[in-house]
Design a protein around this ligand. Structure first.
Ligand SMILES: *Cc1c(COP(=O)(O)O)cnc(C)c1O
Length: 207
């Protein structure tokens, strides 16, 4: 993996001992997709671990999550963005977030359609947020073995990211989070700055 691509070790469903092994091997950035699980694990690892939230975030869990995370990858609505800002202001800290783009075919996946993201995430909106820094976008490709389709979706995400960056003119808008165990090399080819990998690091999950 290129040196300038950050690896988010997706540790969901794996016990804390496995995370400690990864920590001892030098990993400092972990991703979880359930608030309960992240909040339970965070105090059990050293404080220099960086926790990223990558799952579907419900409004009523924002307050509980915020003290533990440095980045939320999965902001799927303007309403959620404003709520995160309000809660971050309340506890006096600033949190990095990514706008989740919906480029996959599954309707079960959430996020902004590319045209919605371009319409709704405006410079004015970013100005109004005092405790949230919008750092870029996150996306997930369709779960398929058709790698040409995955490549098309990553290209669309990359293209939308570049258009948003041009429109926002916000220097810290520089992160493109995409790529999982099955498709990360393709994501890196399409400009990913962060990949989120679980299975390839920790093995299969036991649900
Ligand atoms: C679980 C998960 C991953 C990691 O998936 P693997 O296939 O195990 O690498 C990446 N991103 C998100 C949003 C996830 O929920």
């Amino acid at each position: 993996m290129p040196q300038d691509v950050r690896l988010v070790a997706v540790s969901k469903f794996h016990p804390v001992e496995r995370l400690r092994e990864a920590y001892d091997a030098g990993q400092r950035l972990f991703g979880e997709n359930r608030v309960q699980e992240l909040v339970a694990k965070a105090p059990q690892l050293p404080p220099d671990v960086e926790w990223h939230f990558i799952g579907h975030l419900q409004r009523n869990k924002v307050r509980q999550l915020l003290p533990h995370v440095t980045m939320i990858h999965s902001v799927h609505s303007v309403e959620l963005l404003r709520l995160i800002d309000k809660e971050a202001a309340r506890i006096g800290r600033t949190v990095d977030v990514l706008i989740e783009l919906h480029v996959a075919q599954e309707m079960t996946k959430s996020g902004f359609a590319p045209d919605e993201a371009l319409r709704d995430i405006t410079p004015q909106l970013l100005d109004e947020l005092s405790h949230v820094r919008v750092r870029g976008v996150m996306t997930m490709a369709t779960f398929t073995s058709d790698m040409e389709q995955v490549a098309r979706e990553f290209a669309l995400a990359q293209n939308t990211f570049v258009q948003m960056r041009d429109q926002l003119q916000f220097p810290a808008f520089d992160q493109l989070s995409m790529g999982m165990s099955e498709d990360w090399p393709l994501a890196v080819k399409h400009g990913a700055t962060m990949v989120r990998i679980g299975t390839d690091i920790f093995g299969p999950r036991e649900y």
